[in-house]
Design a binder for this molecule. Structure first.
Ligand code: IPE
Ligand code: IPE
Ligand code: MG
Length: 226
């Protein structure tokens, strides 16, 4: 059995799930939030120590204001509502992405969660909200320059990423059948295994973690060796 230390998920297909049922896109996002809770449970029961969820990309600001507002409200309300359970289950919450452009409501929900769960150690959950991989690398370079770094070697940049203590993902999975990364973990995806699953995000549950763990175990990771 290989060690799946960090699983990163691109939660895609909420809109299509809703359209298929004649529902609003918001209804799809609401259901997607419920799926995220089930998936987190699956990670806990498989003792996966790091999980990253791609919740909102920098490109997602292009969507209609009504949808963006709904999503932002969902993030702050779900984070606040789930906080007691996160603490109880030992889930440490981190934010991945830019703070610029996020509302005070979302930022305060994120900050409260980070502070309240700082001592939790069972699962580290990175919420990628307002994230793009190129933006994270840009900000890492800015931070490094500000810190006086003059010489960059292979490791330098990784020290200035948003959460440098989080190891790179071993497996990146995407729901809804799309086969692209959409800017997710551009730097950290270096040697990640990739998995693309047709199931739309709101239909995901604990059983998908079982599937992913089995898929991961069937991969032959060579890292350039033989
Ligand atoms: C993923 O579902 C949620 C976000 C990107 C915020 P989508 O909203 O992209 O769903 P589709 O791709 O339109 O079905
Ligand atoms: C990627 O999904 C971003 C998130 C899941 C948050 P999108 O639906 O925004 O990606 P594209 O536009 O299909 O690449
Ligand atoms: Mg999509």
């Amino acid at each position: 059995m290989k060690e799946l230390t960090h699983l990163a998920l691109i939660m895609d297909g909420n809109g299509r799930w809703a359209e298929k049922r004649g529902l609003t896109r918001s209804a799809g996002h609401l259901e997607g939030g419920k799926a995220a809770i089930k998936v987190i449970k699956g990670c806990l029961s498989h003792s996966i120590p790091y999980l990253t969820l791609y919740c909102f990309s920098k490109e997602n600001w292009k969507r209609p204001k009504e949808e963006v507002d709904y999503l932002m409200g969902l993030f702050s309300s779900r984070i606040r509502a789930e906080l007691p359970r996160a603490r109880k289950e030992g889930i440490r919450i981190l934010h991945l992405g830019s703070r610029d452009g996020l509302s005070d409501d979302v930022l305060s929900a994120i900050d409260e969660a980070i502070e309240a769960t700082a001592e939790c150690s069972k699962l580290t959950l990175q919420l990628a909200i307002n994230y793009s991989g190129t933006d994270e690398i840009d900000r890492a370079v800015q931070r490094a320059i500000k810190a006086g770094v003059k010489v960059f070697d292979e490791k330098t940049l990784s020290l200035y990423l948003d959460n440098p203590e989080v190891p790179s993902p071993d497996f990146i999975a995407r729901s809804s059948g799309e086969k692209r990364l959409s800017g997710f973990l551009l730097y950290q995806s270096n040697y990640a295994e990739l998995g693309f699953y047709d199931r739309l995000w709101p239909d995901w549950d604990e059983s998908m973690i079982e599937t992913i763990v089995n898929d991961f175990n069937s991969r032959n990771r060579r890292f350039g060796g033989i």
